[in-house]
Design a protein. Structure first.
Length: 328
């Protein structure tokens, strides 16, 4: 089946806002011949493979919490900062102590430490900017749902055999939609470099998804056309409001930018609440109904007491004015 390369027009993004791709960021301005792309697909592991994936995530979350504790205690006791590469070196020295943690290879463990390093970098960036810092917290096993491989090691996607091999888990069968997505970028010369496995609770089971990052994906250049049937690609920008594939940059008018907060405040205000009259029970006059608490109290009384109490409630009710009446 012939494969066709996808068309990439342009994407304007800052380094901070650009989508994450392994260690780097996918910043595309429409002038590159090759780009980095990623694709996400769902897969269904067997019960044995699912147990292996759960054990992988438990090991990854344990490494994350251990790395966070090391950084926190080192700064409290010695006033020093532990770097990512220092933790990489310490991680390899724990193979003799915890050999079971290396059943899945070294890359997913490094992925947890790299995720911690990004959280710490974001913390210091917020401190420098004067924002609410939000120090990274320890993760629980139920909330740690992602394992990362930043290099093509300990995993491999074989499109010919239709499997995704993960060390310590086994050969996972790839569904047909995953084969189409992976084959499309592979046909454009893409090289698989990164892998991310994510789980999500769905009812009594789990939904598993994998994201594969490609490097050196060829871009099919397009030339904007003019005329009645011409097509123009557009993308929401960071510095500009809208960027078109023909080079046009559209910026939000100043008056609209200044009134953005006022519009949001008006949208948050509650509207006029219409009082809805409750339905009238069968056998009662239109427009009259005993209060709910009174009705519940009547139901708990005996026959004679219920008749006397409900009679008092009916006498104390206020009649709703009928249309066309002169009552205030």
């Amino acid at each position: 089946m012939p494969q066709q390369c996808g068309t990439i027009l342009c994407m304007i993004a800052s380094k901070q806002k650009a989508p994450k791709h392994g260690r780097g960021r996918m910043t595309v301005d429409g002038r590159d011949d090759v780009v980095m792309r990623k694709t996400t697909f769902a897969f269904r592991p067997s019960k044995r493979q699912e147990r292996g994936l759960h054990r992988l995530l438990s090991v990854a979350f344990e490494v994350y919490n251990a790395g966070l504790q090391e950084r926190r205690d080192t700064y409290r006791l010695a006033g020093k900062t532990v770097t990512l590469h220092e933790q990489f070196g310490a991680l390899t020295g724990t193979r003799e102590v915890r050999p079971d943690a290396f059943d899945f290879g070294l890359q997913p463990l490094r992925g947890s430490l790299r995720r911690l390093d990004e959280a710490m970098a974001a913390f210091f960036r917020r401190v420098k900017a004067g924002e609410t810092p939000g120090y990274p917290r320890f993760k629980s096993w139920r909330r740690f749902n992602t394992a990362m491989w930043d290099e093509p090691s300990s995993w491999k996607a074989d499109l010919d055999r239709r499997i995704l091999y993960i060390q310590g888990v086994g050969d996972i069968r790839l569904p047909k939609p995953a084969l189409r997505q992976l084959g499309r970028f592979a046909a454009c010369g893409g090289d698989m470099r990164t892998l991310t496995v994510t789980r999500r609770r769905a009812g009594t089971g789990w939904v598993w998804r994998a994201t594969v990052g490609f490097r050196a994906v060829a871009v099919e250049k397009t030339i904007p056309t003019v005329g009645e049937d011409s097509l123009v690609g557009c993308d929401r920008g960071v510095k500009v409001t809208l960027a078109l594939s023909d080079g046009t940059m559209i910026t939000m008018p100043r008056w609209a930018a200044d009134a953005r907060e006022d519009i949001a405040e008006l949208q948050r205000r509650p509207g006029d609440q219409t009082q809805v009259q409750p339905r009238v029970a069968a056998g009662q006059p239109a427009g009259r109904q005993a209060p709910r608490q009174g009705r519940e109290a009547c139901g708990q009384l005996g026959t004679g007491d219920r008749q006397r109490s409900c009679g008092r409630l009916r006498r104390d009710r206020v009649r709703r004015p009928q249309p066309g009446s002169d009552d205030p």
